[in-house]
Design a protein. Sequence first.
Length: 133
Amino acid sequence: DMTNLGQYLHDFREGIMRSIVTNFSAVVISFDEENLTATIQPQVNNKPDIHTPSTARPKIENVPVMFYRLRYNDKDPLTEREYTPFLKAGDVVMCTVSYRSMDGAKSGGTYDGQMSRIMNMQDAVIVGIIYGA
């Protein structure tokens, strides 16, 4: 009947919306200063539907950390500086998620993002600290 169909469609939509991850906060477990990567623990629990209890998401390893290359005088190339982050265990960071797999991003060239990984938390990038440890 239409009541069951309406509930099914509502639950289906909710399931899709819960599976889409664009940004999330996480706690830094460790930081690799040489490679500018971190191991993080997402703060938002996994709750696939309203009928399932929430569970902690697994930690994510080798998450790239964004750095900045800036000029403090835009007309003088000698003023270019790279500012690399330093994270501490316990820092709360904001992560953004790539639309497709980032496995080939470090090459600097173009690559085919895996269709099987769309908006997957494994393709996160740390964009900054929101609360220091």
